[in-house]
Design a protein around this ligand. Structure first.
Ligand SMILES: Nc1ncnc2c1ncn2[C@@H]1O[C@H](COP(=O)(O)OP(=O)(O)OP(=O)(O)O)[C@@H](O)[C@H]1O
Length: 291
């Protein structure tokens, strides 16, 4: 189980690093085995930063991130259990090498003793598991494969490691609509095998499609989280409501979240953390800036 507790991330910025930007602030949530949790929020809300912290690509400023009780530790053993896949599949492949080199690298690092023929069989099985035809993708260069095929290759690579958690950061945003649904269905299938997935997206409909639980981030803080049907069916925070009702508006800037007259959080006398408005549904104060 992935457990993120009270995590804050600040980046040093400015000419001499004299200023800091708080990208993530006091964020806590969990991802259980076989569960898909979607992390949603507009651009700059801190989603990818959280993904990078979980993957050990950058250290948290404070708070703790553990997987099965052990802290994040970038290195071979950690990546055997947790892998990340990102928006642009082409950036994960070196264009001068054949795409299936990613499998050879896994063998070298993790399974050097597995005989070649057995390894080939394992690779082919993992390709079939992600509904790729080995004959159509093995031996090809990245530019000879589609974005959807490359994302599936990366998922197949992760399956060879028998990972327990996948951090999927906007993995469908560069895919066309039908390939996107195929990849989402694939993730849904993998979770039934016990894989936990943190599905990072700014596309709410995709989060809704896949996730049991949803975490809504705004400016680095969680404003609402809980069972997806509750967050989407009865959004309590004005920011979530705005996200859900947002439609593209030409020539209009994105408005700040609308303020509300009453704040459930304060009405119920909550302080610190999130208010449990109903079982499985937590919400922050509606007036983020002023309290
Ligand atoms: N290395 C960095 N140095 C300084 N600031 C950073 C760095 N990485 C991210 N930030 C800042 O942290 C904030 C959160 O960025 P992040 O990329 O996590 O947002 P996001 O929600 O993933 O956005 P998007 O959907 O556009 O990818 C932004 O204000 C961003 O400018």
């Amino acid at each position: 189980m992935l457990r993120i507790q009270d995590v804050t991330k600040q980046f040093r910025v400015g000419a001499f690093g004299g200023k800091s930007v708080t990208a993530v602030q006091n964020v806590s949530f969990e991802v259980a085995p076989g569960e898909v949790v979607s992390l949603i929020g507009e651009s700059g809300s801190g989603k990818s930063t959280i993904g990078r912290l979980i993957l050990g690509l950058s250290p948290a400023t404070s708070g703790s991130i553990t997987f099965d009780g052990l802290p994040v530790k970038s290195g071979k053993e950690y990546y055997r259990r947790i892998q990340g896949i990102f928006q642009d599949p082409f950036s994960s492949f070196n264009p001068v090498f054949k795409a299936d080199r990613v499998f050879g690298m896994i063998k070298e690092a993790y399974f050097p003793a597995v005989p070649g023929p057995e390894w080939s069989e394992r690779v082919e099985q993992s390709l079939r598991d992600v509904r790729l035809n080995p004959g159509q993708v093995l031996g090809k260069y990245p530019h000879q494969l589609s974005g959807g095929q490359l994302q599936r290759l990366l998922i197949a690579r992760a399956l060879l490691l028998d990972i327990k958690l996948l951090v999927a950061d906007e993995i469908t945003s560069m895919l066309d609509a039908s390939t996107r649904i195929d990849v989402l269905n694939l993730l849904a299938e993998l979770k039934s095998r016990g894989l936990g997935v943190l599905y990072i997206t700014h596309d709410l409909s995709l989060g809704n499609y896949l996730a049991e639980r949803t975490v809504v981030l705004r400016r680095g803080s969680v404003v609402e989280m809980g069972l997806t049907e509750l967050v989407f069916g009865d959004p309590l925070h004005p920011y979530t409501r705005e996200l859900l009702s947002a439609v593209p508006r030409l020539h209009e800037p994105w408005d700040d979240a609308a303020t509300v007259d009453t704040c459930l959080y304060h009405e119920r006398g909550a302080s610190g953390g999130l208010l449990e408005a109903e079982p499985g549904h937590l919400v922050a104060c509606a007036q983020l800036e002023t309290c």
